[in-house]
Every structure is written in structure tokens, then in C-alpha cells.
Design a protein around this ligand. Structure first.
Ligand code: SF4
Ligand code: SF4
Ligand code: SF4
Length: 275
């Protein structure tokens, strides 16, 4: 079994727990560890609701894992036997709540089945079918957000200038979830880098790229979304956007209707007198 990346995820969990030791003191340790374990770096099936709610919603019936095991492409045509499935059920000793489903992309990624058999069977709402429906209300695995692939630029050999597109080729959403970005190699002046770039709006977290990576320990790997992504915070305001444009339009309509020029905060800030 190849478990290097799972070890890496576990290491991050144990680091979180050690920080908790210092920060909260012994009295709170029990509660803190329980909390940390309830939000580990675990990858859940497609359509799983957020980890905290998932842990209470999942009734540990194993139907999702069963459906994953029984999916058509998981049956060996020559022998008629089931291959090992993507979804596993946590057992004692795992860093996960016993009985809950998870997957390890490096061992067996999610194959992004178009009919997503693991989701409709869930009786508890722990897997929310609505989250994997497209605009036409059809099941659409491309809507899944199991996690987000991140690239370790230090160990990705494409960043060393060595030609490699293994992750790019493995991605079912090629040129959407991963693109290859051309960059001139300033050192040699003659060569180019072709760098894999993951796009969070399209990446489903299936992990096919992690499994395909050629480095000894994958240089691209999937993390849960809330771990992989930062959070800006409400005190930062993004630059001019469509909402601002609409506010200006609304103000203009108001002015044309009422004849009153209500100077908005935006107009005030953009006034040339202020510079
Ligand atoms: S979509 Fe992924 S997790 Fe669900 S049945 Fe297919 S391989 Fe298994
Ligand atoms: S089918 Fe739903 S409730 Fe049952 S184990 Fe899977 S996620 Fe949990
Ligand atoms: S996890 Fe990797 S292979 Fe899967 S969609 Fe994201 S970039 Fe593509």
C-alpha cells in the first residue's frame, strides 16, 4: 500500500494538535483533540457536506462505499470480481471517525463516474445530491468538490525545467482544472518551462493527478478545500467589480427619477478633488 501522502495529511493533523496543546492548555486538550479529529484532512465522497456537519449526518451505513464497489467500471471483466473500490470505510485505528467513508487518492482516486452512483444512495443527506446537479438539474460529477489539488513547486520536476505533463494528461478536466503554462527559462534563454497550474473553480479533487505524478512522493496532491484555500476576510474589499457597476447604475436611475444627485460613497472616493 502506498501511504506516503496519507502520512503527510496525518502529519499536518498531528501538528495542528500539538499547536492546540500549547495554545489551550491541558484542561481543554480533550475537547480540542476531539475537535481537531473531527475536522481532519480527510477526503470524503463527492457531494459530502462540510466536514463538521458530515460527521453528525452520516449514519455510517456504508451504502456509498458499496455503490462505489459495485459500479460497472470496478468489476474485472475477465474474472467478474470486484476490484478494490475508491471509497473505504474508516475502521479502528484510522485517523477518521469509525464507519465514515473516505478515500486516499494515491491508492485509488475517484474515477469521476458520470452517474455518480455513490451519491443518490445516501439516505442521510451527508451526501447532498443537489450539490452535484448542473443547471439542467442533471447529475454532473464535474460539480463535485471533494478537495483541491495543490502543486509543490519545489518537488514538481516541471518547475526544474524537466518536461513532464503526467498530471495534466491524467486530469479528466484537462485544460479546465489543470492547464500548462508556458514560461521562458531566463537562465538558459533558450528553453521553456511548461508548468502545471490547478484552477480551483474546476478542480473536483478526484486525485487522478496525484496518482499519476511521477515523483517519489507526489508533487501534486489533493487537500480538503478549506485546508487548501485561504480566506480573505470581510475587511478586505476587492477592486471594482460587477456589483459596483450595478450600484452606479442604480444611483443613476435614482437620480434620473428623482432629480436628486445623491453622491454615493463610491463617487466621493473617486472624486478627483480628493487627489
Ligand atoms: S464517483 Fe468516485 S467515489 Fe463515487 S462511485 Fe465513482 S469512483 Fe466511487
Ligand atoms: S451513504 Fe451517506 S450515511 Fe451512509 S455511509 Fe455513506 S455518507 Fe454516510
Ligand atoms: S484533482 Fe487533479 S486530476 Fe482531479 S480535477 Fe483536480 S487537477 Fe484534475
Amino acid at each position: 500500500m502506498n501511504w506516503q501522502n496519507d502520512d503527510r495529511r496525518k502529519f499536518i493533523i498531528s501538528s495542528v494538535q500539538s499547536v492546540g496543546l500549547v495554545a489551550t492548555g491541558g484542561a481543554l486538550l480533550g475537547g480540542y483533540v476531539t475537535k481537531a479529529k473531527s475536522s481532519p484532512l480527510v477526503l470524503r465522497p463527492p457531494a459530502a457536506i462540510n466536514e463538521e456537519d458530515f460527521l453528525t449526518a452520516c449514519v455510517k451505513c456504508g451504502l456509498c462505499a458499496e455503490a462505489c464497489k459495485n459500479r460497472d467500471s470496478n468489476i474485472d471483466r475477465s474474472s467478474g470480481k470486484h476490484k478494490e473500490a475508491t471509497l473505504k470505510i474508516a475502521t479502528a485505528g484510522d485517523e477518521r471517525l469509525i464507519g465514515t467513508p473516505y478515500f486516499l487518492p494515491l491508492e485509488i482516486p475517484c474515477f469521476m463516474c458520470p452517474d455518480i452512483p455513490c451519491v443518490p444512495v445516501c439516505p442521510s443527506g451527508a451526501l447532498d445530491i443537489k450539490s452535484v446537479l448542473n443547471k439542467k438539474k442533471e447529475l454532473d460529477i464535474n460539480q463535485a468538490k471533494m478537495g483541491l489539488a495543490v502543486v509543490d513547486r519545489e518537488s514538481c520536476i516541471a518547475y526544474w525545467g524537466i518536461q513532464c505533463d503526467a498530471c495534466y494528461r491524467a486530469c479528466p478536466l484537462l485544460d479546465k482544472a489543470i492547464t500548462l503554462e508556458y514560461q521562458k527559462n531566463e537562465r538558459t534563454g533558450k528553453h521553456a518551462y511548461l508548468l502545471p497550474i490547478v484552477h480551483s473553480d474546476a478542480c473536483t479533487g478526484c486525485g487522478l493527478c496525484e496518482q499519476a505524478c511521477v515523483t517519489e512522493k507526489p508533487a501534486i496532491f489533493v487537500l480538503p478545500l478549506d485546508i487548501a484555500k485561504g480566506k480573505v476576510g470581510s475587511h478586505y474589499v476587492k477592486g471594482w467589480d460587477a456589483k459596483d457597476q450595478n450600484r452606479v447604475k442604480d444611483a443613476q436611475i435614482l437620480e434620473s427619477k428623482t432629480g436628486i444627485n445623491k453622491e454615493s460613497a463610491l463617487d466621493y472616493l473617486n472624486s478627483k478633488d480628493e487627489f
